[in-house]
Design a protein around this ligand. Sequence first.
Ligand SMILES: Nc1ncnc2c1ncn2[C@@H]1O[C@H](COP(=O)(O)OP(=O)(O)OP(=O)(O)O)[C@@H](O)[C@H]1O
Length: 321
Amino acid sequence: MRYLFILNPGSKGGKSKVKFEEIFDFLHNNQVKFDYKLTKTLEDAYTFSIEGNKNGYDVIVAVGGDGTINRVINGFYDSMGKRISNSKLAVIHTGTSPDFCKSYDLPQEIDQALSAVLKGKSIKIPIGKISYVGEYDKRLDDCPLGMTHGNLQTGYFACCANIGIGASVARGANSGIRDSIGDFAGTLVTLIKTLFSYRPVNYALCIDGKNLVYKKVYNIFVGKTTYIASGIKVKNKLTLREHQFYALTIKNIGYVNWLSVLRKLYRAKEFANNNTMFLQYARKIEVYGSNRNNELEFDGDPRGFLPCVIEPAQDPLDVIR
Ligand SMILES: Nc1ncnc2c1ncn2[C@@H]1O[C@H](COP(=O)(O)OP(=O)(O)OP(=O)(O)O)[C@@H](O)[C@H]1O
């Protein structure tokens, strides 16, 4: 077996480095031959993953947080949603909030995760494909994504994409506050601060071919799994093998019902659809361009702009569990 470890020494605010010794010791003690690459930026994780896939590694191991894991996943796919190799993904979480591991029930302890790598048993997980633009383009306001747009980008996500407040919250939460006051508190404080200054917008969407307008929207979670980020959860009925998404729209919230919405999200409580929280399921979700609140985020980092199209990638990912 050929293993490539892609390690991000900057995850968990730079504290993940100390875990690397433990990983290397385990591998040496078990006489495992492996190659490794240390990232300097998150984009390195993507580039190293593409190289690893092309160079025929059997297992590519992402070592870092959810941002690192996401970039490594992206390196498994071409722009059409097809896998570029037969490599398997493994994960050793050394980041801040292990939402990917919780979502797919992967071991979070380093020795257990490494034992799973050596056993090599994998599951297939369907991955979300998101097409979007890299920079805001005024000409696309109120328009769907033209697949020939000059700045068209394609990305992949395993947990959730967010349209609305998500990008601002992720940027704030990733700016260091989680390292100083903790993951849960840092994200919650950022979320509440962002909510105070956020002005909701109307989004035009096309969901499985049906055109809709959702008014006064704060966020649309388009997800596959329950765990979104740092304690935020979306209770849904999808199994991990489904090629569908849930779309949870949070809209029309005022000071009175913020608390109830936040409580439902943090406690993963089931709810009946109402004027503020609307959950539906779909295979293809398009959100049109908007002149405000047009940034989007997926798997925990701000990544681009509306309009976007979200659909399943053609090939599932093999993940070691
Ligand atoms: N050498 C480096 N290589 C890659 N990213 C780095 C490096 N140094 C600092 N970073 C920063 O690390 C962060 C990404 O870390 P990652 O998402 O993997 O972990 P995390 O944020 O601690 O955990 P989680 O996403 O699970 O909450 C990015 O903000 C990135 O800019």
